[in-house]
Write a protein that binds this ligand. Structure first.
Ligand code: ADP
Ligand code: ASP
Ligand code: MG
Length: 402
């Protein structure tokens, strides 16, 4: 069998954990399997590198940020190879350049386009465990790129797809995918299985356990993912096309703490205004989620929308640079908000779901700032201070607890 195993930052946070991972990989290797291991940076390394950069330059060049952040993963694979060597097993560390993991050119949010599998295959044929840096790639200028925070999951799935691996295992600090982040809702229930579609929605709406691009790729190439803990042997969650489990009305609750809101006040009440605003943001690759436009009164209207917090500065700069053309009076940024969503394919045919969520939030005396619904999700924007209470209330209302 060819097995791709990915270990997140907390799983390789210190020497003891590195040896723990090394041993788990060696077990599979000794059983006769080909083993490719994708690693994230140790512990909080990526956060620390970002903080360090901001001390040097509050507005660092995106290219140099990727150059900096990519070092974290390189530390992990080199140390892992040393650990395996100490345990008497042959291994080799490879970075994105050495493998050749080709991406688009967008620094900080690059997408994997193609992975050359030749070098990895050659090393596997030489009976080595192959250790690959997660999160990074190379663009057409031969520059280092990164795939966005949490992107090592995507590296693992892309490698599994490129090598036609028999298994793709993602090891983290929780033992599977739960009905809500167990750190927020302690009585959340572990799911045995979840479909790509449901997982994609949860991941996109803030369930950071998997990078959403990784779920998209897994669905596209039919890669079954197992999400498990690196610290115990419990079974984990399988992410796949169809599940045996009966479709639930709501499969999970997601909380996105990294969402911010921008409001443009006093736009002209004319056709084409929304187009101009969102076209500018789309051209800068900024993902917008919930949008609210006020009913135009007199000559003006307001537009509010949410976006990831790491793109707020870019968005503000672009909008302000176009203030003359867009003709707004004022731009407001609200950072103390979170997005709370319920996700489930069963919602489509059940009209009462949104009302039930609003009732739970009303009973908990939580004010809703914005609402957005689709066939398979309901999202509300609430104050950050209410996040935990709101998630618990909604989770309880749908009977998702263990
Ligand atoms: P890694 O460093 O291994 O990639 P992450 O921190 O990226 O780990 O992802 C694991 C974390 O995701 C968990 O510690 C948990 O707090 C969070 N999480 C959010 N939503 C969920 C969910 N629905 N199920 C499980 N974990 C979740
Ligand atoms: N180290 C990167 C991050 O912290 C990538 C990852 O962990 O998946 O975002
Ligand atoms: Mg992660």
């Amino acid at each position: 069998m060819l097995i791709v195993k990915k270990f997140g930052g907390s799983s390789v946070a210190n020497p003891e954990r590195i040896f723990n991972v090394a041993r788990r990989c060696i077990e599979d290797y000794n059983a006769g399997n080909d083993v490719v291991v994708v690693l994230s940076a140790m512990g909080d390394t990526t956060d620390d590198l970002i903080a360090l950069a901001k001390k040097i330059n509050p507005n660092p060049q995106k290219r140099e940020m990727d150059m900096l952040m990519s070092t974290g993963e390189q530390i992990s694979v080199a140390l892992m190879s040393m650990a395996m060597n100490a345990l008497g097993v042959r291994s080799i560390s490879l970075n994105a350049f050495q493998v050749a993991m080709h991406t688009t050119s967008a620094y900080g949010s690059a997408r994997l386009k193609r992975i050359d599998s030749e070098r990895i295959r050659r090393e596997l044929d030489d009976r080595k465990i192959v250790l690959v840096t997660g999160f990074q790639g190379v663009n057409k200028y031969d520059d280092v790129t990164t795939l966005g925070r949490g992107g090592s999951d995507t590296t693992a799935v892309a490698i599994a797809a490129a090598l036609h691996a028999d298994a793709c295992e993602i090891y983290t600090d929780v033992d599977g995918v739960y009905t809500c982040d167990p750190r927020v809702v302690p009585n959340a229930r572990k799911l045995k299985e979840i479909t790509y579609d449901e997982m994609l929605d949860l991941a996109t709406l803030g369930a950071g356990v998997l990078h959403n691009r990784c779920v998209e790729l897994a669905r596209k190439y039919g890669v079954e993912i197992v999400v498990r803990s690196s610290l115990n042997n419990s079974e984990g969650t399988i992410v796949k096309e169809v599940t045996k489990v009966e479709r639930m009305l709501v499969s999970g609750v997601a909380l996105d703490k990294d969402a911010d809101r921008i409001s443009l006040i006093g736009l002209q009440n004319q056709p084409g205004v929304a187009f101009k605003v969102f076209d500018l943001l789309a051209k800068a690759n900024i993902n917008i989620d919930v949008i609210l436009q006020s009913i135009g009164r007199d000559e003006t209207k307001d537009i509010s929308f949410t976006l990831p917090d790491d793109r707020v500065d870019d968005a503000v700069e672009i909008l302000n640079a176009n203030k003359e053309r867009l003709k707004f009076d004022k731009l407001d940024v609200e950072k103390d908000i979170v997005k709370l969503s319920i996700v489930g394919s069963g919602m489509m045919s059940n009209p009462g779901v949104a009302a039930k969520m609003f009732e739970a939030l009303y009973n908990a005396n939580i004010n809703l700032n914005m609402i957005c619904t689709s066939e398979i999700r309901v999202t509300v924007l609430i104050d950050a201070k209410d996040a935990q209470r709101a998630a618990q209330a909604v989770h309880d209302a749908f009977g998702l607890e263990d």
